[in-house]
Design a protein around this ligand. Structure first.
Ligand SMILES: Nc1ncnc2c1ncn2[C@@H]1O[C@H](COP(=O)(O)OP(=O)(O)OP(=O)(O)O)[C@@H](O)[C@H]1O
Ligand SMILES: [Mg+2]
Length: 251
């Protein structure tokens, strides 16, 4: 697998039980290595479904997925070792402290003792949670929970990090801390696959993107090349609105 295709998705289909319409209809795209890749689309487009299939949380109906040369069907165990997942819904124990949450998650990833403790301290400091790390998570603000949710997904230093709307509903301060941290991680070699509704943020962060709508990929590729490809594409938001239209998805 080359740097050009760290993740390769081909002809992916998924229909949830009880749904008439497929959530994913023949999805194919490639994610280059060492990049920050944005999977963007309106509400209900299929972003979370795609990420959850790539992480092995949901089963696909058909299609193939290769991650770092491993087949999702045959090598899920190997894939799980090299990926980290930060879910859209906060996945933390409210009645445990931040440290207790991270120790538990670290143990689940096979991390122990001093190494785990050092890693927890490092992450808490980098995301400005060191001073509040002995507080119960239920006393945390939304921004603190998002930052802790992020640490939970990358404690084991994954090569590939999947982030589902990591900056939703938080203030500018928390957002800036998270985005700066993601840029640093990427500089050190982590490939990041990220979904968001904040197109300005995605434009600043992502080198490559795919736009998904109604379970179909509408466009994919290097963001700057896409912007230059048509005179009417002045920025990411223009591309997004031209391709997805203005119709509401949740009425
Ligand atoms: N567990 C489920 N059972 C049935 N249908 C589902 C389930 N999860 C998602 N869907 C449907 O699949 C489609 C894609 O949903 P998905 O959550 O992947 O979209 P999304 O792009 O992540 O949206 P959002 O931006 O709102 O998070 C939607 O029509 C949604 O209603
Ligand atoms: Mg979603």
């Amino acid at each position: 697998m080359t740097k050009e295709s760290l993740i390769k998705i081909e002809k992916l289909f998924k229909t949830y039980k009880g749904d008439d319409e497929p959530a994913l209809k023949n999805i194919s795209f490639t994610i280059p290595g060492n990049e920050i890749f944005g999977l963007l689309g309106p509400n209900g487009a299929g972003k979370t479904t795609t990420l959850n299939i790539l992480c092995g949380y949901y089963k696909k109906d058909s299609g193939t997925v290769q991650i770092n040369g491993y087949s999702l069907d045959k090598n899920l165990k190997e894939i799980k070792k090299i990926i980290g997942v930060v879910p859209q819904d906060i996945a933390l124990y409210e009645t445990l402290t931040a440290r207790e949450n991270l120790r538990f998650i670290g143990n689940m990833c096979g991390m122990r003792g001093k190494k785990l403790n050092n890693r927890i301290n490092e992450c808490l400091e980098l995301l400005s949670l060191d001073k509040s790390s002995y507080r119960l998570v239920k006393t945390y603000s939304g921004g603190m929970k998002r930052r802790l949710n992020l640490i939970a997904g990358l404690l084991h230093e994954p090569k590939i990090l999947f982030l589902d709307e990591p900056t939703v509903g938080i203030d500018v301060q928390s957002r800036t801390v998270i985005l700066e941290y993601l840029k640093e991680l990427n500089k050190k070699g982590t490939t990041i696959i990220y979904t968001s509704h904040y197109l300005e943020e995605a434009e600043q962060l992502c080198s490559s993107i795919a736009i998904i709508d109604y379970g179909t990929i509408l466009i994919e590729g290097n963001l700057q090349s896409l912007i230059k490809s048509k005179s009417e594409y002045s920025d990411l938001e223009t591309i997004f609105l031209q391709l997805t239209g203005r119709k509401l998805r949740d009425n």
